[in-house]
Structure formats: structure tokens, C-alpha cells
Design a protein around this ligand. Structure first.
Ligand SMILES: CC(C)(COP(=O)(O)OP(=O)(O)OC[C@H]1O[C@@H](n2cnc3c(N)ncnc32)[C@H](O)[C@@H]1OP(=O)(O)O)[C@@H](O)C(=O)NCCC(=O)NCCS
Length: 189
């Protein structure tokens, strides 16, 4: 797909995410930082690694400032419907496609925020929670007081990669299952 078509698709899709997020905020769900009062037991996304990380490790990573974690809460049932982790990152310039890298200054890397993990509980999959969590990560990244060039995602496998590709994420060169979305794209919405 030509780059400009790809970008216009991203913008349309981003509008959709923002709508999803507004829908979540107005009614059934809220997205908030994970806290000790949230009950993490029983979260089951179908990915053993993502579930294990959420039940036993994320608290330590938050405490050590390695990551932040945000959860979508089902306001009615007070249950965690999904989560994602967000941390600071950088993308080495050679990891970006040539037509994008050419327009950037010749630094070794550009600043990014990274979704290290994203998972939705089985009971809530297919209800737009995953795309709304992506929208939340994009908004938090673009509202950051630090400069963030792009949101980076590490997909756990090809199937997860397909989820990000449909929202216009661009694969990094030579970084397996790693994709990025320039934040400039959403600032135009
Ligand atoms: C992948 C995942 C996060 C998607 O969350 P979700 O809330 O079920 O997805 P949404 O309802 O927001 O889906 C939005 C769109 O993406 C599509 N989609 C969902 N999962 C997809 C996948 N794995 N591949 C391709 N497309 C996918 C949906 O069909 C929907 O398409 P539509 O707009 O045409 O209806 C969730 O299924 C999950 O947690 N899976 C297990 C863990 C995982 O794979 N994490 C991925 C990140 S490492």
C-alpha cells in the first residue's frame, strides 16, 4: 500500500479508536492506572505468558519504574476487562523504513513509548476493548510532557501483529514482530 494511503487509513482508524474510547469512558468502562485495589486474580486472555505476567510480575515492574500499567475496568462488575503496559523506548533509525527515516534528523534513534504487553480477558474479547486500550496509549503518549515520536508495539506473534497492522502500524525493519505508529498521524485528527 502506498504510504499516503496507509496514513489516511490510520487517521480514519484512529478516529474510530477515539470514538471507542469516548464510548468506554461515557458508559460501561473506564481506563485507569492499575492500583493495589484492583483484583487481578482470574484474568484470562488465552495467552499464558501475558496472564502470568499480569498476575505475578507487573506489580514489581511498576514499583521499580520499569513500566506503567493501565487497565480497562467494567464499571458494572468492577472487573478488569483488559490491560496494557506502557514504558519509554527508542527506535533505532535503521529500524524505520527509508521513506520515513529520510525525513528525520540523523540521530541514532528516535524517542518512543512502548506497549510491551496488551491483553483482553476472554469474556470481553471482540467488544472493542483492545482497540480502545490502543487509543488510550496513543492519547497518553501524545499528551506526554516528553517528546514522543511514535508508539511502538511488540506483538507476541504473527496473529497479534495482524491486530496492529489493521490499525496502520508499520513493521520495523529487521525487528521481528515490532511495529510503530508515528504520533504525528493522530495529531491531525
Ligand atoms: C488481540 C486482542 C488484544 C484484541 O482485543 P479485542 O478487544 O478482542 O479486539 P477488538 O474488539 O478491539 O477488535 C478490533 C478489531 O480487530 C480485530 N482483531 C481482534 N483480534 C485480532 C487479531 N488477533 N488479529 C487480527 N485482527 C484482530 C477484530 O476482529 C476487530 O475487527 P473489526 O473492526 O473488523 O470488527 C485480544 O484478542 C487478546 O487479548 N488476545 C490475547 C493476547 C494477545 O494476542 N495480545 C496481543 C498483543 S501482544
Amino acid at each position: 500500500m502506498p504510504l499516503c494511503d496507509g496514513l489516511s487509513k490510520v487517521m480514519q482508524n484512529c478516529s474510530g479508536w477515539v470514538n471507542n474510547l469516548c464510548f468506554m469512558k461515557q458508559s460501561l468502562f473506564s481506563v485507569v492506572p492499575l492500583s493495589k485495589s484492583h483484583i487481578r486474580d482470574g484474568f484470562y486472555s488465552g495467552s499464558e505468558a501475558l496472564d502470568r505476567y499480569f498476575s505475578s510480575q507487573v506489580g514489581q515492574d511498576i514499583k521499580r519504574n520499569i513500566t506503567k500499567c493501565f487497565v480497562a475496568i467494567d464499571n458494572d462488575k468492577q472487573k478488569i476487562a483488559g490491560y496494557y503496559t506502557l514504558s519509554a523506548a527508542q527506535i533505532p533509525l535503521p529500524g524505520l523504513p527509508g521513506e520515513i527515516a529520510r525525513k528525520l534528523p540523523r540521530y541514532d534513534a528516535v524517542p518512543a513509548s512502548r506497549i510491551g504487553r496488551l491483553a483482553v480477558d476472554r469474556h470481553y474479547q471482540g467488544k472493542r476493548i483492545g482497540s480502545a486500550l490502543l487509543a488510550d496509549a496513543l492519547l497518553r503518549s501524545s499528551n506526554s510532557s516528553m517528546a514522543v515520536y511514535a508508539l511502538l508495539v511488540e506483538a507476541k506473534d504473527e496473529q497479534a501483529e495482524a491486530f496492529y497492522l489493521r490499525y496502520g502500524f508499520i513493521p520495523c525493519i529487521s525487528l521481528l514482530h515490532t511495529l510503530f505508529l508515528p504520533l504525528k498521524t493522530i495529531s491531525k485528527i
